[in-house]
Design a protein around this ligand. Sequence first.
Ligand SMILES: NC(=O)c1ccc[n+]([C@@H]2O[C@H](COP(=O)([O-])OP(=O)(O)OC[C@H]3O[C@@H](n4cnc5c(N)ncnc54)[C@H](O)[C@@H]3O)[C@@H](O)[C@H]2O)c1
Length: 308
Amino acid sequence: MSNLDGKNLDGKVAVITGAGRGLGREEAIQLASQGARVVINDINLPDAEKAANETVEEIKAAGGEAIAVFGDCANTADADNLMKVTLKTYGDLNIMINNAGYCRDKTIFGMSDEEFDSVVQVHLRGHFVNMRNAAAYWRGKAKAGEQVYGRLISTASEAAIFGSAGQPNYAAAKAGIVAMTMGAAQLMIKYGIPCNVIMPRAATDMTMQGPTAAMFAAPEEGFHAFDPANVAPLVGYLSSPEAQNIAGEVFVVWGNQVTRMHPPTFGEAHVNPEGDKKWTLAGLHGSLASEFSDGYTPVLDGYSVKPQ
Ligand SMILES: NC(=O)c1ccc[n+]([C@@H]2O[C@H](COP(=O)([O-])OP(=O)(O)OC[C@H]3O[C@@H](n4cnc5c(N)ncnc54)[C@H](O)[C@@H]3O)[C@@H](O)[C@H]2O)c1
């Protein structure tokens, strides 16, 4: 029976990384409003700890249950501790939302090794260690014959699909997150655990600086499409019993829109007209060139994320 306007996650336990601020904060508040007991992770730095504690207090003031656990989402010991404290405090884990991260934007010409590694580390490795812990925990429970309620939600970006000229590190990490989550989805569906990816757009600390700030700014009046709170209901829905059947999906979400990405599809295959033979260069040119001639634009101008 559907209880979507009630506390349909009553007693469930949710972990959200990077939930002191921005999207993670809104997702934590959303899940708590649905009755989940929420574990707010954020990095152990003063500003982040303050923000995480405030999110906990806000949830408690609204009658919900929450704790904060500080640590680096991409550090194995910290991720293990996040899992340990969650199980010790609430006795279970049901919903794992990987969300934390930051940007270090540069074009490919000038990006340092450190800028590349740190962004891949926080996003891709940050997703990996917590995904591994959650998946192993749920599989262990299932193998022990216990009932398992699990949901895994990853946070990617449209940069993963369209590229982002000023963010080679970030786009690569986000593409890795999509691939890793699709693989997890294939495994975890056997245990009845849906895994999905969201690609949000929102005005947060991440986007309200640099070239994206103007695009994400609040309007003078009316609906603020990029309010991060607009992303949270989809996370709440995917975490719900009603969404049991939705798995291996990628959703772009912002404002009043949720768009399901179509899976990548193959175009028409070019087959060597000479039969079962390795291509020659001339043969390839004869087959391919016409597809890339009249009216073909090699790279689309403008934003790497196509405006809708
Ligand atoms: N805002 C957007 O438009 C947008 C678009 C696409 C994807 N995303 C993704 O959404 C997620 C949330 O971003 P946001 O926009 O809310 O940004 P944000 O900067 O507001 O929030 C990120 C949070 O992660 C925390 N964090 C950073 N490093 C951490 C670490 N090592 N361990 C634990 N916590 C850490 C920060 O302290 C912060 O609270 C990110 O994965 C981001 O890439 C955002």
